[in-house]
Write a protein that binds this ligand. Structure first.
Ligand code: FES
Length: 295
């Protein structure tokens, strides 16, 4: 028996918005009965282009029903651009979490939404399905390399088992496990190379490497441009638990209010984008150099 949260049970036992919207503006269907899960999402827009009604029909387990129900609640009142930002993680978070083996239900919700919006916009398929280079990796469940790559990137997955939990690939004969492992390695390689983040966001479940990447990204995007504008710069030296060690460069290294910059800018941004628990300290060696310069 799965451990479900009260929210999952509530949406499972009292699903909201079941059925089909009459004369819908967008229709999205994903999954197939052969694979055990299927979801059809329909929505209607009002004159301002906001989703005024959304309904679903699903064939699936308790978490598929709960995920679909929450999805309809989450997108009502949103414009399509706003709705496009709803991710499978939002669905799972709203439900207070899903068993990892059931995360594919939330992914199915996100895909149905994308398919319905693509349908409204006159596209043939959801954006991630339009790439002609896509190829089926898991023939048991008809899952493509792009779909696998996407769940790995968006959810920071590191094992074949997790990939199976999120998109079912690998859950049948096992013949595709080697391919899935290669995709995991290639995504991890990209992430290290680019020093860019998978779209992980501030949250409790960051791995150490994700946390460091998110810190680096926040510094690159939120802090460095402002310092550069004043002829300064900043470098990430190390991360020890919640302690982030940085060094100021250029004008910032000589600035009398670098202490202020560190606390009010760097620390505030890192707390906003990465974790409330972070605190920033200046690298001891560069501090010594500064004092020598100022003194
Ligand atoms: S091909 Fe993927 S599990 Fe069979």
């Amino acid at each position: 028996m799965w451990e479900y949260t009260d929210k999952v049970m509530d949406h499972f036992l009292n699903p909201r918005n079941v059925g089909e919207v009459e004369d819908p503006d967008g229709v999205g269907e994903v999954g197939s009965l052969a694979c055990g899960d299927a979801l059809k999402l329909t929505f209607k827009l009002d004159k301002e282009g906001r989703i005024v009604d959304a309904k679903f029909k699903t064939f699936g387990c308790a978490s598929a029903i709960a995920s679909s129900s929450v999805l309809t609640e989450l997108i009502k009142g949103k414009t399509l651009d706003e709705a496009m930002k709803v991710t499978n993680r939002d669905i799972a978070e709203y439900l207070g979490g899903l068993p990892e083996q059931k995360m594919h239900c939330s992914v199915m919700g996100q895909e149905a939404l994308e398919a319905a919006i693509a349908n409204y916009r006159g596209q043939m398929a959801a954006p991630h399905e339009q790439d002609h280079a896509e190829r089926i990796v898991c023939t048991c469940f008809g899952v493509t390399d792009k779909e696998i790559e996407r769940v790995i990137r968006e959810n920071g997955l590191t094992t074949v088992e997790q990939v199976t939990n999120y998109c079912k690939a690998g859950g049948g004969c096992g013949g595709c496990h080697g391919e899935i492992e290669k995709i995991i390695l290639s995504v991890q390689g990209d992430q290290v190379k680019e020093q860019a983040l998978p779209p992980v966001r501030k949250g409790k479940k960051l791995t150490t490497i994700q946390k460091i990447q998110l810190i680096q990204q926040t510094i690159n995007e939120q802090v460095r441009p402002a310092l550069r504008a004043h002829g300064g710069n900043i470098e990430l030296i190390d991360v020890e638990g919640d302690k982030v060690i940085i060094a100021f460069r250029g004008m910032c290294a000589q600035c009398k209010i670098s202490e202020f910059t560190m606390k009010d800018v760097v620390e505030a941004k890192l707390r906003e984008f990465v974790s409330e628990d972070l605190f920033v300290e200046e690298d001891k060696d560069s501090l010594d150099a500064q004092h020598a310069h100022k003194g």
